[in-house]
Design a binder for this molecule. Structure first.
Ligand code: DX5
Ligand code: ZN
Length: 221
């Protein structure tokens, strides 16, 4: 199966006072934008919500992937669809009935993915992987940008890719947290095809060049 590699800049480290400008800077190097939504319950911080998605929708045609670090993804997905979000990534740990939430996302016209926290085994997501576009392997504990990549997650990426290959799934495997040119290379080697990064892109003086440095990790570019 041909794997398409994608770069997903996470706006969490962007300058929110000049978000449009910052997004335009990296647009040429990005395949999608990753939007970290935190509700202060699933994770302690409160970050951004649908109004920011709406504002982003006005300045870019890039797909907007809304990473819902919230305790009620079923109830909140609709707001992100209405705001112009393209897809939602929902946490396995936040759902009693993942199928119900995934069905809701599809009904709303959204792409759907599942995220798993560092302590959640990949196997917990196996039953749902045929029904999602992407498995997001958290490579830090969710809640904050700028944390150190958790090396142990490489084994989970390998395991997820092996499962997808075995089952013949066209599954994107994304990594989220602590991704930089060094850790990103190891993620790609382990089988990830979507690199998410906030600090390594928007935390750099030249965000476009930083995004390009991550894209350079992709095979056959
Ligand atoms: C963490 C978020 C990540 C975060 C990544 O809770 O889900 O998407 O923005 O930030 P960096 O790339 O700085 O680790
Ligand atoms: Zn994220």
């Amino acid at each position: 199966m041909k794997i398409r590699y994608k770069l997903a800049p996470s706006i969490l480290s962007a300058d929110f006072a000049r978000l449009g400008e910052h997004v335009r800077e990296v647009a040429g190097e990005a395949d999608l934008l990753h939007v970290d939504v935190m509700d202060g319950h699933f994770v302690p911080p409160i970050s951004i919500g649908p109004v920011v998605v709406q504002a982003l929708r006005r300045v870019t045609d890039l797909p907007l992937e809304c990473h819902l670090m919230v305790t009620d993804p079923f109830g909140q997905a609709e707001q992100f669809a209405e705001a112009g979000g393209t897809s939602v990534i929902v946490h396995l740990e936040a759902m009693d009935d993942p199928r119900r939430v995934l069905k809701r996302a599809r009904e709303l016209g959204l792409g759907a993915g599942i995220a798993i926290n560092p302590e959640t085994p990949v196997a917990d997501a196996y039953p749902y992987l045929a029904e999602v576009d992407v498995l997001n392997v958290m490579t830090v504990h969710p809640g904050w940008a700028g944390q150190t990549f958790l090396e142990d997650m490489l084994a989970k990426i390998r395991e997820a890719r092996a499962f997808a290959d075995r089952e013949g799934l066209a599954l994107d495997i994304s990594v989220d947290g602590g991704v930089n040119p060094d850790t990103g290379r190891r993620c790609v080697d382990a089988g990830a095809n979507v690199l998410g990064a906030a600090t390594a892109i928007f935390g750099r003086p030249d965000a476009a060049a930083a995004a390009r440095a991550l894209r350079d990790l992709f095979p056959n570019r």
